[in-house]
Design a protein around this ligand. Structure first.
Ligand code: NDP
Length: 295
């Protein structure tokens, strides 16, 4: 069997086009959705990501702000920036890019964000709303992107046994919250695994839908996958490759080629889940603008 490839680049473009239409309607009604990103310090990976977010916002017709603060910014100053964004009517959603410098308590900063503007969906209020199935909750971008890939690829998850490998607060746990809900792209029976799970291959082989988010290059091999399963690879790992121009290449948590022989559908890395993240952040910002307007 050779699996169908779920193309994140194409699906993210499709979502961005849909969003541009929705943004135009909101703008015609007097509301331009606005997203702000706060970045503290000079983390190169974060800088690239933040620049891509800004560009995607402008292309969708949204208002975009990037607030760059020096690495020596105090926690009090960062909290004051959060307060200002909480009060700014042009900003419907914002996030503070992680990781933050060590002298700042990320938890306190996260808790200060008004949950109605928390488009990352990491505030405990949104985590709780998501878990009780409240549709006004903001869904964290990566698992939300996975769910949209499934829906937009016509994969009916109803009744599937979904096995999620990885229990982080940004991927594994919210993925479980989404897949268990009684909504499109949900209605799964969900199992979550982690590094202490006993006999992991025996569990992953039960999966109709296998979502892997552990950060271990090509960890999931073909013998761990049930024939015909849908395999979603969230992992992004850099591995040394002297043959590559940059001396490295990016691989997922799944051994792509052999698993593609067993699975019915699979996401590539790169070009899969990772491509969806920014599109989902924009979708959350449009949702925030609609909710702020009361519709
Ligand atoms: P974390 O490091 O926060 O969590 C990793 C999880 O994997 C933990 O729950 C850990 O278990 C589990 N784990 C680690 N090793 C094993 C193992 N051998 N067997 C079973 N479980 C294991 O990672 P994240 O969730 O933040 O990210 C996971 C991957 O996804 C990374 O490669 C990251 O780069 C990528 N990622 C991609 C995104 C995107 O596409 N945009 C966004 C976010 C992440 P335990 O809890 O027991 O330690």
């Amino acid at each position: 069997m050779s699996a169908r490839v779920l193309d994140g680049t194409r699906l993210a473009d499709e979502i961005r086009r849909d969003l541009a239409v929705e943004v135009a309607q909101l703008v015609a009604g007097g509301v331009q959705p606005g997203l702000a990103v706060v970045i503290v310090g000079e983390d190169p990976a974060s800088k690239v990501y933040v620049a891509s977010k800004g560009k995607a916002c402008l292309e969708a017709g949204m208002h975009s702000e990037t607030i760059r603060l020096p690495v020596e910014t105090t926690e009090a100053d960062l909290l004051a920036t959060v307060d200002r964004l909480n009060a700014d009517p042009r900003i419907h959603g914002f996030l503070v890019q992680l990781p933050l410098p060590k002298h700042i308590n990320s938890e306190r900063v996260l808790l200060r964000i008004n949950p109605t503007k928390d488009v990352d969906g990491f505030h405990p209020m949104n985590v709780g709303r998501l878990s009780v199935g409240d549709q006004t909750a903001f869904r964290p971008a990566t698992p939300f992107g996975v769910q949209q890939m499934l829906i937009r690829s016509g994969i009916d998850t109803k009744g599937m046994h979904a096995v999620i490998v990885g229990r982080s607060n940004i991927v594994g746990k919210p993925m479980a919250s989404l897949l268990v809900q009684d909504t499109p792209g949900g209605n799964c029976t969900v199992t979550i695994c982690h590094s202490r799970s006993r006999d992991l291959p025996a569990i992953t082989r039960l999966a109709d839908l296998l979502v892997v988010a552990i950060g271990k290059p090509e960890f999931v091999t073909a013998d761990m996958v049930k024939p015909g399963a849908v395999v979603i690879d969230v992992g992004i790992n850099r591995v040394t490759d002297p043959a590559a121009a940059k001396g490295y290449r990016i691989v997922g948590d799944v051994a792509y080629a052999p698993v593609a022989e067993v699975a019915s559908a699979i996401t590539p890395v790169p070009g899969g889940v990772g491509k969806m993240t920014i599109a989902m952040l924009l979708m959350n910002t449009v949702q925030a603008a609609r909710q702020a307007r009361g519709s």
